[in-house]
Design a protein. Sequence first.
Length: 118
Amino acid sequence: MSQSKSNSDDDDVTEVMYGDAFIFLSRLIDSYSPESAARQVLARKYKDWSYEGEVRLITKSELYPLTHPISRVIVGSRTNPALVSALHLMCSHFGIPLERIVVADGGIYAMGARPMHL
């Protein structure tokens, strides 16, 4: 099983692999180091999510130096309201747009996310 990398030379940046089979960590441990096996699991998603074209940052470092500034943060439609409020506070401070994904009959849309009152 090979791991897909993004165009970046950074080993911490990994393109998500999409498929329809479940992956079991217990089966990978015999063939890979624990770190490599964990990366294999963390870099996978079910194929129904492939439209996202997701790239994940998988690192053991506490801080990660970004080569480009964050342009926006997108949260899912079911994200915990407390997390949305915390993200709104941080994003507002740094001038980063915060958007929420909304699922409707006509498709999936990103719209401005406002903090919910807890």
